[in-house]
Structures are given as C-alpha cells and as structure tokens.
Design a protein around this ligand. Structure first.
Ligand code: ADP
Ligand code: MG
Ligand code: MG
Length: 513
C-alpha cells in the first residue's frame, strides 16, 4: 500500500453528474428503502421507495486487513457456535448478574431455561452472523501498523446483506461507466466481489434442507412498519428463484394468533388468514428467521413474548435460537476477551492468537479486580472508553465524558433500591470497552435521499463480515461454516454511533489499497 493512497482523496470536478447516475442506478436496482412515514410510528407507503443512504465513492480500505477479517470469520463462527452450545457458560455469564439487572436479557434467559427444562425439540440452529470491525490507527502509527479491532459480533438480525451487495454493484457500475476520476488505485480488481446476498440466502436454504420436509416453508419475522423491506425481500427472491423454497415474510405482531404446534411432533404450523372462498391448510415452518426480536421495543405486547416462547419450543430451526441470541450479548464478548475463558472454546493456541489480535480492551463493571480497574479507568480517563449495555440496533452506548455521570446515576438507582446481600449492582449489566481509533483525514460523499448534492465530510468506516453457521447445539459442531460477504458502513467522523437504520451511517463498499 503506497503511503499516498491512504487516505485516498478523490477530487471530482463534476460531482453532480455522478450523483445523478448513482441515484438512477440505486432506484433502478433496488438499492432502496420505503419512504419515511408522514408521522412517526405510522405505516410507510407501500407503493413508493427512496434510495438507501450510500457513499458516492468506495472507501479505501487496507487490503491485508480486509483479507484478515474474512479469514478470521470461520474461527469466529466456530467460537460462537461453541458458546451457543455451552449451557453452563451461558448460565454463568448471562444467567448471573446480567439477567438480574437487565430485564430484557432476563426475559430471554427465562425462556431459554424453560425450553431447556422441557427438552429441546430441535438441536440445529442457523447463524447468519456479522462480525464488525474498525481499523485501529492510533495517533502517530505507521500505516503498516494499522490493525482491525472487533466492535461486536452480531448473532441476530444481521442486516444489509442485500443492500451492501448492491452498493458494491453501484460503485463498480460508476467506475465502468467512466463516472469516476482516474486514480491509480481505483481499478475494477480493487473492488472485491460481495457474495453476501447469495451466501445468506444459501444459508437459509441449507437450514431448510436440513429440516428435511420439502413441503415446509421458511418464515421471516419482521418489525411492524419495516422500512428496510428491500434488504429483506431479495433473500426471499433468491430462495424462491434459485432454491425453489417458499418464504413467508410476516410482522411479529401478526403471529399472535396464527401459529400453533402440532401435538405429536411439535412442528411449527402457520395458519394463513382464511379467505371466504378458500379455507387454507396450515403450513409447516422449517426455519424461523428473525429480522426483529432483538430489542425490547420489538416485543409490542406480552403476546410477542408468548410467540417467541412458542417458536422456541417448536421443532422449527431458528435463526437464531435464544441460546444463539444470548451468545451474542456484549457481556459474552467481554468475557471471551479473557485468555482463560477463550481457551475453553478455542484449544488451538494459534487460532486463539489470531482471534485475540482482533480484540480491543474489554472490562466487566463488577466487583472483581478487573471490574475495579475498569471503574477507576472509566472515572479517571473516560475519553478513552465507550460503555455498552446488552442491547442491539444502535444508539444505546454511552461515550467518553458521559460515562462518569452515567455511572453516578446507576449508583444512585442502586442506593434508592437498597441492595440486598449479593444482589448485583446496576452497572453489572454493562461492559466497558476501549475506543478504537480509526484513521483520520479520510473524506467521502455521503448521499441521503432527497439531498441533491450529498455532503463531503471526514468519515470513519466500519467493516462487517458475514458468516453462515449451521450449528448442532448438542455438541457445538458446525454442519456449515462459511464466510459469505461483507458490509462497509461509513459515518461522519463527528458521530460516535454507526447504524444505518438509525440514520447515522451510509452503506459503502471497500476499495482495497
Ligand atoms: P450495536 O449492537 O447497537 O450496533 P455496537 O457495539 O456496534 O452496538 O456499537 C454501535 C456503534 O458504536 C458502532 O457501530 C461504532 O460506530 C461505535 N462503537 C462501538 N464500539 C466502539 C469502540 N470500541 N470504539 C469505537 N467505536 C465504537
Ligand atoms: Mg449489534
Ligand atoms: Mg453494531
């Protein structure tokens, strides 16, 4: 990588032309979202679309770090498969303080235990994972010393597989069409192919086949009023067209009265709304794929909790099972950063070293020696840290100077409640993490729908690598272990958070340098 290529500054004379080509390509190729509804919480229009937020150019990303992240994925798939299968570990790590101070984790954990006590009907679960990284480039470091550091590992509802594939296509099109300025680094071979959409759909197909009933269908469960429908539908189209498998895409809230278990087998049955002319037979569900159910707000009423429990008790394969969802807790990521804990799951020292290289500092916030160290660091040098709850979906973290007053507030709540002996403190539901320091001075044009020009700003990019794992939860063995594609999300450097759906970042693609 030549020094002059990083950061790569693209200077464009007639950017409006590129913007117009990009916008048409996005609208013409399904790089789209449903428009914002007229009032918050209302249903978005079902008959129109706007383009998804994208970057006008691909962002330079060190080739060796991109490859390293991809090569790590099978080891991460295996690690999280083993964690999913390890009841005692989940009991200790999630069933301890976390499930007691975090009501949401507590409810998930409760269902996990209930189903276990009843007896697991389906030992297989499907992971459509995404491991997210930032490039760590501390002040003064040479580019060859840059490293990838893991932000988090997602085990539920890893999104943007389809749209990220399309943004890669968009950038390839703009290059092929001569819309970009010439630059020695900007070549077709520097834009890696992205098999995310195809690979995630193939994962769904493999799980369906493992279920073994040809007439069964896959159920995708979504949030109500989902705007990101066109990241989800393409998975259905792939399944139908390439694999000959039907997929029903249904909001969580509509499952309250339409699911049941077959009495002898516990097969999950979906009862379609009967029309006057044709009463319909129930459909057997092979696989339940969640694009919801990861946030407390996804459970609109107690009925969603009942639906979740019913599905969990069924014979259907789940993507993910509750055990696999719990394995994705940030608390688990923190515990795995301790060498002894990692060694339980990864016996091979070389594999362990490769994984550890991608960890940044992670601390518990309990009363252990490391927990006390974390409290001191968080109070004395908060600028170096982010504090995270056990949440998904973006917008939940506490950064830098906000950490000490946040800890004060948690302590005040503990004091108000009056802790019994041995009862965990509120802060034990959180972890502390070193802030990764991405390269500075990188520019990009972020394009959001309705903005005629896009805005050229200094940015930070987060790389996600998609992994597919079909896991036998009795043993932690993998029937399938694959790396299928990637996502690059880019945000203004001034923003701490990085979610696309929550409006912080845009979908990008890597230009390998
Ligand atoms: P979520 O599950 O809600 O996506 P993340 O752990 O991914 O939670 O955190 C959200 C965002 O916060 C990330 O996309 C990233 O932009 C930022 N972030 C998280 N951890 C770090 C870190 N250690 N260093 C720098 N930024 C971070
Ligand atoms: Mg997450
Ligand atoms: Mg994230």
């Amino acid at each position: 990588m030549a020094a002059a290529d990083w950061p790569l500054q693209l200077v464009q004379q007639d950017e409006q032309l590129v913007l117009d080509l990009a916008s048409d390509y996005a609208l013409g190729n399904g790089l789209v979202l449903r428009p914002l509804p007229s009032s918050p919480g209302a249903a978005p229009s079902l008959t129109s679309a706007i383009h998804a937020p994208y970057s006008l150019y691909p962002s330079a990303f060190p080739r060796h770090l991109f490859e390293q992240a991809r090569e790590l994925q099978p080891a991460y798939n295996e690690l999280y498969a083993r964690v999913t299968a390890d009841d005692r570990f989940l009991d200790r790590v999630v069933g301890g303080a976390v499930s007691k101070v975090d009501e949401f984790q507590g409810r998930l954990y409760e269902i996990y235990k209930q189903v276990q006590a009843e007896g697991i009907k389906q030992p297989l679960s499907l992971g459509l994972f995404r491991s997210d990284y930032l490039v760590h480039a501390p002040e003064g470091a040479d580019t060859k010393d840059y490293a990838i550091k893991q932000v988090e590992f997602n085990t539920i509802s890893s999104s943007f597989g389809a749209l990220s594939t399309r943004v890669g296509d968009l950038h390839r099109y703009l290059l092929a069409n001569g819309a970009y300025p010439t630059h020695p680094s900007l070549t077709r071979s520097a834009l890696p192919p992205n098999g995310a959409l195809e690979g995630l759909a193939a994962g769904l197909a493999a799980a369906h086949k493992a279920y073994g009933v040809d007439s069964a269908v896959v159920l995708m469960v979504t949030q109500d009023n989902e705007r990101n429908a066109f990241d989800q539908r393409p998975l259905e189209y792939e399944l139908v067209e390439k694999h000959g498998i039907r997929l029903l895409r249904i909001p969580f809230s509509q499952l309250r009265t339409s699911l049941s278990l077959a009495s002898s087998t516990s097969a999950l049955l979906y009862h379609p709304p009967a029309s006057a002319s044709s009463p319909s037979d129930p459909l057997e569900i092979s696989l339940v794929y969640y694009r919801t159910a990861y946030a407390p707000t996804d459970y609109y009423t107690p009925a969603e909790w009942s639906t979740r429990a019913l599905i969990e008790r069924s014979l259907a394969i789940k993507c993910p099972s509750i055990a696999m969802q719990l394995a994705g807790a940030k608390k688990v990521q923190q515990v795995l950063s301790s060498p002894d804990e990692l060694a339980r799951f990864v016996p091979d020292a070389a594999d362990r070293a490769r994984l550890e290289e991608s960890f940044t500092g992670l601390w518990p916030l309990d009363d252990s020696a490391r927990g006390r160290e974390a409290l001191r660091l968080a109070r004395e040098e908060p600028e170096r840290f982010v504090l995270k709850p056990q949440r998904e979906g973006g917008g939940n973290n506490v950064y830098r100077g906000d950490i000490p007053p946040f800890l004060d507030a948690l302590e005040a709540e503990d004091a108000k409640r009056g802790l019994e002996d041995g009862e965990p403190r509120g802060r034990e539901g959180y972890i502390l993490m070193s802030l990764i320091e991405p390269p500075k001075g990188v520019e990009q044009v972020l394009v959001k729908a309705g903005e005629a020009t896009g805005s050229r700003v200094e940015v930070v990019s987060e790389l996600g690598v998609y992994g597919v794992a079909l896991v036998d939860e009795r043993t932690g063995e993998l029937r399938l272990n694959e790396t299928v594609g990637h996502l690059l999300r880019t945000k203004a450097a001034t923003s701490d958070e990085g979610g696309v759906a929550v409006g912080y970042s845009v979908i990008d693609s890597p230009l390998l340098v």
